[in-house]
Design a binder for this molecule. Structure first.
Ligand code: SF4
Length: 412
């Protein structure tokens, strides 16, 4: 099979016995990692994906060549704080042909690089012990099938965890259609695993990644992960995340958020990542327009309302075509429609109703419930004192003790 691969040539010419000869030099493992190119375009690793993306280059695929080591390291929010994470792959060769992906088979000019699990582990540990990184996001192109590829990912992680004793953050990618015992092992070794759906249903996936089976290769992995968690309630197992490529193939916000909501409620998904599509040259989607980043932002805001605020998909302010308005955040759009005439009284409202007010999140709602029992809320300024940011912007949607709170006009 012609995978359209071109390997980086590390040969060099030397003089030997008066003759020039060419010898092949294997790059050291850290050089190999820098030669992997930018693996981060569609691959957030932590809890603040928009911040992670800030430094991603905006070229059309040209940047998938070598990088400096610093460019391989992302500052990622993890459950134990912000950390410098090495984001890399075991190989940038792949036998699949996802239409949006720089590593797809047949992208002839793409230079490919492969690193063994052992070398990857050595390089990571050298960087970690030198203080350059504290955490790993590890992915891979697929070669000789998903199962052997996943074995290599697990091998690398086992070496890091068991041989080198590293206990820090590891985010491991799950290949489509792997076996249950591989998934279980990955969940034992990693803090977080990604099973990337890419699209909200098979119809959209066919237009993005025609060799992937939405139900049997992707959703099945998420179902299996949840079953593993239920079968091993005492074990500390990796949390599951997924990711969508947004806006290349007509996917709607309604489709994406309905799927995300179902995964949160039924399959224990920790979070969904939404990656605005960005075209890569020499791919079938190279002439498709990039997706505006504001759409990604609105999807994140909406998914948090569904996950953390008890909202239903029907509460979100979709347009008739299933898109969300981009010019207003979804919570404020809802409040404009429902709370302008019927404001929430912060002195008597239930927690769920407080969470409907713009600028009041779960912590703010809890702070209000506590403070009002102690008689500490009399005016807007008191809300600021208990941690509600810019309460004047929430004033049109609330009452304090049955009265509209007066808002001081800004003079400057
Ligand atoms: S399987 Fe992964 S690496 Fe391979 S083409 Fe698809 S998205 Fe790219």
């Amino acid at each position: 099979m012609n995978l359209g691969l071109s390997l980086i040539d590390f040969s060099t010419h030397v003089r030997y016995n008066g003759f020039m000869t060419s010898i092949r030099i294997e790059p050291d493992p850290i050089s190999k990692i820098t030669q992997m190119g930018d693996v981060t375009l569609y691959e957030p690793a932590g809890d603040q994906p928009l911040a992670e993306k800030a430094r991603v280059a905006t070229g059309r695929g040209e940047h998938y060549q070598s990088r400096s080591l610093a460019e391989c390291i992302s500052h990622v929010s993890t459950p134990t704080g912000k950390k410098p994470i090495l984001k890399t792959m075991l190989t940038t060769a792949c036998e699949r042909n996802c239409y949006y992906c720089p590593f797809r088979a047949g992208r002839a000019k793409m230079q490919r690089m492969t690193i063994s699990p052992d070398d990857l582990a050595r390089a990571f540990m050298a960087l970690q012990q030198g203080g350059a990184v504290d955490g790993l996001f590890l992915s891979s192109g697929i070669i000789k099938g998903s199962v052997p590829t996943q074995d290599k990912l697990i091998d690398a992680t086992e070496i890091i965890r068991l041989k080198h004793g590293y206990r820090g953050y590891i985010h491991l990618k799950i290949m489509p259609g792997v076996e249950a015992d591989q998934l279980y092992r990955a969940m034992q070794l990693a803090d977080r695993i990604s099973v990337n759906l890419e699209a909200p249903n098979q119809q959209r996936l066919d237009l993005l990644a025609p060799k992937k089976d939405f139900d049997r290769e992707l959703l099945a992995m998420l179902r299996m992960a949840e079953q593993i968690r239920r079968d091993h309630p005492q074990e500390r197992l990796a949390r599951t995340v997924t990711q969508f490529v947004v806006g290349a193939v007509g996917d709607t916000d309604l489709e994406l958020l309905s799927m995300t909501n179902g995964l949160h409620r039924h399959l224990g998904l920790t979070r969904a990542y939404f990656s605005a599509f960005s075209p890569v040259i020499q791919t079938p989607l190279e002439n498709v327009a990039p997706t505006d980043g504001i759409r990604e932002h609105r999807l994140y805001q909406s998914s948090f309302l569904l996950r953390d605020y008890g909202w239903e998909v029907e509460d979100l302010p979709f347009n008739d075509d299933g898109s969300l308005p981009t010019n207003i955040d979804p919570k404020r759009a809802w409040a404009e429609k429902h709370l302008r005439e019927n404001p929430v009284d912060v002195m008597t409202a239930e927690r769920a109703d407080l969470l409907r007010v713009p600028n009041i999140g779960p912590k703010g709602a809890d702070a209000i419930l506590k403070a009002r029992g102690q008689g500490k809320i009399r005016e807007l300024a008191d809300l600021r004192k208990i941690g509600i940011a810019a309460p004047e912007t929430a004033a049109p949607y609330m009452l304090i003790g049955g009265k509209r709170p007066p808002v001081q006009e800004k003079l400057f």
